[in-house]
Ligand binder design. Structure first.
Ligand code: SAM
Length: 328
């Protein structure tokens, strides 16, 4: 077998990279507001990220996603995209963004080699957007989505975290956008990540969301090209766009997990929901060779656990690091 395989015979070909822990929104369900920011010197430089991706690509990583924090806050992210797109064996570079800065950067990102983008958007209502994110930027996000389409970043996927009592009454509106606007909408189950006031409300399950959406018509399973992730896709009758469900809480998808995560401060993490990490930054800064970095990547793959414990009844707040450093 060629490529990178973990102890459970899963092929690992996907690396998510948090390029910054900083964000220009302060979502009530994301822990970013409650943590102190990393000193800039602790954050990996673009050259360090490139070095790690080069080593990882030679082992079997072929897909990279940039995330954060808000990745577009980091100056000149297009430069990083260009650097990564020049690495042989990397065939897919994507971005997860809150969309507020996409109008400004979509074209240059596309020119640098970015293929596609996921935009996080939890409400279509202006006041509510401000309540959930702490900022009055819904207009910027909607323009950003338009700009991404126009720049040819395809597909643009819209990620909505469904929050009980806060935006769950909008799931039908979002699903309807797959018909009226051709949006690819993905509903994400809220995960307990250290925000007790939201955790107290409980997770809205994908099943519950699906039941509500049935009022728009029967959801047909969609088997066309989708992505590298765990979403299950459907389509409403006549819709151009798709509807996906991501179920980290009610139905874990660890058996098909293909990913590693690089934190903004250079720790390689086999799982979002497990605090095991392998330090790449320190060896890198001490002059480690490519082979040494490859050994550390192999080590992270070897300690990747069979599954996370979120559905196993563990208490909320099981993860030590905030989402923004790990890269959601
Ligand atoms: N700033 C970028 C953005 O907004 O997409 C990237 C970072 S953000 C942490 C990545 C994704 O994680 C977003 O879609 C966000 O909604 C999601 N997220 C954050 N906290 C979450 C939680 N507790 N449960 C589920 N998804 C969460």
């Amino acid at each position: 077998m060629t490529g990178l395989f973990d102890s459970f015979q899963r092929q690992i070909n996907y690396l998510r990279i948090s390029v910054t822990d900083r964000c220009n929104l302060c979502c009530i369900y994301c822990s970013v507001g409650s943590v102190s920011l990393l000193p800039r010197s602790e954050v990996l430089s673009y050259e360090e990220i490139q070095h790690i991706v080069q080593a990882a690509a030679s082992m079997g990583i072929s897909k990279v996603r940039l995330t954060g924090g808000e990745p577009l806050l980091r100056p000149n992210v297009s430069r990083l995209v260009r650097m990564l797109s020049q690495i042989e064996d990397i065939d897919d570079i994507s971005l997860t963004s809150n969309g507020t800065l996409l109008s400004k950067y979509a074209v240059e990102l596309k020119e640098a080699g970015l293929k596609r983008v996921n935009v996080s958007l939890d409400t279509l209502k202006k006041d509510r957007f401000k309540r959930i994110t702490g900022r009055d930027k819904l207009g910027e996000v909607l323009s950003g989505i338009e700009a991404a389409h126009e720049a040819g970043l395809q597909p643009v996927k819209i990620n909505m975290v469904v929050l009980r009592g806060m935006n769950d009454d909008e799931v039908v509106d979002f699903a309807g956008m797959s018909t009226s606007q051709g949006w690819h909408v993905r509903f994400i189950e809220f995960m307990p990540f250290g925000t007790p006031q939201v955790e107290a409300l409980g997770t809205v399950s994908a099943q519950e969301i699906q039941e509500r959406i049935q009022s728009l018509g029967k959801l047909e399973p969609y088997t066309g090209k989708t992505g590298n992730g765990p979403a299950k896709y459907y389509r409403l009758p006549g819709a151009r766009g798709t509807i996906g469900f991501i179920t980290p809480v009610t139905e874990h998808f660890c058996h098909s997990c293909n990913r590693l995560r690089l934190t903004s401060d250079g720790q390689l993490r086999p799982c979002l929901l497990d605090d095991d990490e392998v330090n790449l930054k320190e060896p890198l800064r001490n002059g480690a060779s490519v082979d040494e970095i490859k050994q550390l990547i192999q080590k992270a793959v070897a300690i990747k656990r069979e599954r996370h414990q979120l559905t196993g009844g563990l208490a909320p707040g099981i993860v030590r690091r905030p989402m923004c450093q790990i890269g959601g």
